[in-house]
Ligand binder design. Sequence first.
Ligand code: UDP
Length: 325
Amino acid sequence: MKILVTGGAGYIGSVTTEVLLSAGHDVVVFDNLSQGHREAVPPAAEWVQADLSSPREIGAAVAMHRPDAVMHFAARSLVGESMAQPFAYLRDNVINGLNLIEACVTGGVERFILSSTANLFAAPESLLIDEDASVAPGSPYGESKWALERALHWISETKGLRYGSLRYFNACGASDERGEHHDPETHLIPLVLQVAAGQREHVTIFGDDYDTEDGTCIRDYIHVLDLADAHLLALRALETGNVIYHLGNGEGFSVRQVIEAARMVTGASIPVKIGPRRAGDPPRLVASSERARHALGWTPRYADLEQIIASAWSWHQRYPNGYTN
Ligand code: UDP
């Protein structure tokens, strides 16, 4: 198939592009480089630098490349930032997403896969969050993804677009050539590795007074290559209907446990400081991915946290400044 990947210069989008190409698909990356890196885009992908805020630019890309499917990664994606900039998050994520969905319908694209999020669940009723859990977004970021899930539901009902919504828990790790590089970096694992590498003095734990075993937030860390595999499988599953899946390892690790695992992997001491809670952070987010495992035959290959961190560490050692030369 030919797949248009928005945000293909970003972290999860670029790794998924790499995996789609290896599986024999053609890929067109559509990215405005507001966050992503041109160097992250695999050379075998076609490249369109354009903006999702412009229906004209998206329409032109769809008309020119005539993709069979669109995978939509491009978005503002920081929970904490969305609490400080709710208008930017709601406006850009929702309107740009709607622009893209409309261009797909107008341009005859029949398959759409949305990057969605565990931030749909601010107050989960059970320890493992499955697809039947009630949605209660934890931030404007989560709300913007929920708005797009609902839009896709209605566009599917009324226009026949087939869609998949993949709700990622905490993406991490790296492929040989592509890893996590944000500027500024805000994610836990790359920050911890920067401390291990001596590029930062300490990592700040955002709150140690949560109602969890060690007082720090618990997340479900899933390797980016496993997320990319799930996209391939979901694309196939769209032939028989719409799909919504939770993608995680089903095991929670606290911020302190992540730092401890990184100490084991790197051998560095990794000093920490305790700071205040970050707005919008739910205490515990752990997936039940049973549905994706059974229905898609998805089996995450990286179930071990140290193995995941080791892959991020080896990328970091190879590219200490990420995509910046
Ligand atoms: N976190 C932290 N210090 C940091 C960055 C993150 O304590 O410098 C915590 C954050 O509060 C959350 C977890 O680490 O509980 C994972 O955060 P990240 O930003 O990596 O991903 P998110 O859960 O926001 O998608």
